[in-house]
Design a protein around this ligand. Structure first.
Ligand code: GTP
Ligand code: MG
Length: 174
């Protein structure tokens, strides 16, 4: 069975580890340790290293999902993960004032590795249609290309499977 490597990118606390846990349950490797930087995020634990889980797509393909560490001091790990990926899902909270800038920066980092890298935005917190539409059009304006934008609750397995259903064809056609 081949494994398609995808990477979840996003700021600390957005839900990368939670998303992989929802998809893979206990069959995942998580690298969480107590959070020593409560000023960046109040949560109890944070990822040091890369989370990893496998999702069987049921067609002979497996997705290998890596969650990057959100803390900036692990830039090098993020870059390494992107370099081995065939697709990247960028996760942000579109309600945050800097969401568009942050998403732009992540997408530009991804495209700097390969302009053809399949990339999708996942809005990981509840968001109004107005904010979501505004986010999508501002981001497309800044990037000069439209990137698919979806919304999902990372805590819900079915919503995460739907997200992968949308993303997988984007990867398999490139
Ligand atoms: N209230 C609320 N909480 C959410 C929602 N989505 C995710 N969460 C919570 O947000 C937290 C996300 O934490 P993690 O999954 O550890 O985040 P991470 O992206 O892996 O963070 P780092 O590894 O530190 O970069 C979890 O406690 C989730 O339960 C949501 O829609 N609403
Ligand atoms: Mg994490």
């Amino acid at each position: 069975m081949s494994g398609l490597r995808i990477v979840l990118l996003g700021p600390m606390g957005i839900g990368k580890t939670t998303a992989i846990r929802s998809l893979c349950g206990n069959v995942m490797v998580d690298c969480d340790v107590p959070n020593m930087d409560p000023s960046s995020s109040a949560k109890a634990s944070t990822t040091v290293g890369a989370d990893f889980g496998v999702v069987d797509l049921g067609n002979g393909e497996q997705l290998h999902i890596y969650g990057s560490p959100g803390q900036d001091r692990f830039d090098f790990m993020r870059n390494w993960l992107i370099s081995i990926a065939i697709g990247v899902i960028v996760m942000v909270d579109a309600n945050e004032p800097d969401a568009v800038d942050m998403a732009e920066q992540y997408v530009r980092t991804v495209l700097s590795f390969s302009e053809a890298m399949p990339c999708m935005l996942l809005l990981a917190r509840p968001v109004s249609a107005e904010i979501s539409n505004r986010f999508s059009s501002l981001l497309a304006d800044k990037l000069g290309v439209a990137v698919p934008v979806i919304t999902a609750d990372v805590r819900e397995k079915l919503q995460m499977l739907d997200a992968l259903d949308i993303f997988s064809p984007l990867m398999l056609t490139t």
